[in-house]
Design a binder for this molecule. Sequence first.
Ligand code: BG6
Length: 478
Amino acid sequence: MAVKFPEGFLWGGATAANQLEGAYQEGGKGLNLADVLPGGKENRLGLLSSTGFNFEIDQSKYHYPNHEGIDFYHRYKEDIALFAEMGFKTFRMSIAWSRIFPNGDELEPNEEGLAFYDRVFDELAKHNIEPLVTIAHYETPLHLIKEYGGWRNRKLVEFFERYVTVLFNRYKGKVKYWLTFNEINGATHMPLFGLGFSPEKEETRLQDSFQGLHHQFVASAKAVQLAHEIMPDSQVGCMLIYAPVYSFDSNPENVLYAQEEARIFNNFCGDVQVRGEYPSFIDRYFRENNINIEMEDGDLELIKQGTVDFISFSYYMSRTDKKTKTPEEIGQGNLIGGVKNPFLKASDWGWEIDPIGLRIALNELYGRYQVPLFVVENGLGAYDKVEEDGSINDDYRINYLREHIKAMGEAVDDGVELMGYTAWGCIDLVSASSGEMSKRYGFIYVDRHDDGSGSLERSRKKSFFWYKNVIATNGEEL
Ligand code: BG6
């Protein structure tokens, strides 16, 4: 039986400014985090897990793929026309903070940056595509990183408030759906991305990350309040990276361990942002890990009053774990940790593929919070081959997406309230964790390679036509 999706379901695709715009020094834009991240799996992954990164650009040693991205900055009209051809109802994008405030701490915004996003929103409107805008997607202005130490510093709350106030006043009437911090709960795992700092040493990572998170909770709550005041019909979501945690086996020790890991990784941020309170389980975790959060008077009230309207999340993989791991087992699981799951196959980048995990994730989240959900990232990073006639037969991507969409349909049937689905990297773009172009997610191929060569020309993959039909039939034909 075909799965059924609600009328008005928001089908579309997802991107982030730093991974596709390019034009890193045009239109008055200041440098941001992504501009100092080198390309190449080893270089970038090494950085993400290391300490003491200096945030300098070294062109003699590295290539910086985010500088040019896929040149969406100049080609957005052509790209949006392709999204429209697929029938997108929505397009998830982010605003690069340093286009609006080049350093992050100015008092007045950069008009050229604001005008660029006006043009993008107007183009989307022309095609009846609803924008879904992430306010902060791994793009902290570099000046805020170098001068202030990123989100560890409370000053960023004030700068963020100024930034969102400008966005909401400027784009009210054009943007209804907003997300505050991309994959906010990934912060403790990779503080560099979300919190814009590189830990001095391993021992300070957790303390600094949770302090940074507290600042983001306050900033996000303030943003929700401002959005509702300035744009009464707007809806603001949090954005989580969600990976159900499975116990490796039925040993209660492992089951308990998996539950504890899930609480901290999957539930903590959602509990604060959706329920408006620090959950009771975090006290013990903070105590046992010597974490002390500095709060100001009024923070907890603000967090209580600024709860989100919906939950959005990315889903790529589940995680399987056990309490005691042998050295061989460590690192055998996914990027986010865990051990190898014997029942699952993995992508070429070692991310375990688990469509049923998406149904589990949706049921876990809806069961816990009962607020509408939005899957805003999901997809397969894979190598694509261009045939002699120019075609790209990405059946592996179609299979991956089909199974995940089916699982989503099952979750809807389970009673989950689901707003929409935006497939990640609907057009090939620079990979966040590996800085590669060859890790492709798109329905649209971009002729651009890891070494920076290529014409940047766009072409339609087989999955393009498949997804177009999925949208046209509201998910009935998969
Ligand atoms: C998410 C991020 O973690 O996963 C995206 O929000 C990212 O920015 C996506 O691109 C896929 O990860 P990667 O490393 O394959 O690009």
